[in-house]
Write a new protein. Structure first.
Length: 175
């Protein structure tokens, strides 16, 4: 296990908090699925593409799980930890961001983001099937998870473009 620098530890902690807060602050409950639509996925996308898979994995998994625990969805917390951690891993491993070359809007990064969103939708389908005991009931979560993923993607594109223009890459840890 590598030793984390104070900078890496602070960045990971801040990203975890950003995911948790962005998930909890603006959330729309979906009665049919006992879940909610939120903006936390945009922070997972940003974390994974700008900072890399380790940051996306930690921020996505722990931040989203903390939001579930603090928002009354503790029964989802173990599933969310795994689903969102793998989402961050997939995005971070597939993406190739190097702000110096200005490739934020590369096809590879967009495909990585979409792959992470598809994984999230599938992961919650599996989690819902286990929690509800019914694949058919879990299928009803797909539309709200698509809305959540698309919303997160749009916000990621807007905020990500601004961060890219602000040359955030000068502050990022080396991947």
């Amino acid at each position: 296990m590598k030793n984390l620098s104070a900078r890496e530890l602070c960045i990971k902690g801040l990203l975890i908090a950003l995911v948790a807060v962005s998930t909890m602050v603006i959330s729309v409950p979906v009665a049919a699925t006992n879940g909610y639509i939120h903006l936390g996925d945009s922070v997972i996308l940003i974390s994974s593409i700008f900072f890399g898979w380790e940051y996306g994995l930690i921020a996505g998994g722990v931040g989203s799980m903390m939001a579930d625990l603090l928002s009354g969805y503790a029964h989802w917390a173990p599933f969310t930890l795994v689903i969102k951690a793998i989402m961050g891993l997939i995005i971070g491993k597939m993406a190739n961001y190097d702000g110096v070359k200005g490739n934020f809007f590369s096809a590879r990064n967009v495909i990585a983001a979409l792959a992470g969103i598809v994984w999230m939708i599938f992961g919650y389908l599996v989690g819902g099937t286990i929690l509800e005991g019914s694949f058919t009931v879990a299928l009803t979560s797909i539309p709200s998870n698509i809305v959540q993923g698309v919303g997160g993607f749009v916000i990621y594109m807007v905020i990500g473009a601004a961060l890219n223009k602000a040359k955030i890459y000068k502050l990022l840890p080396v991947k």
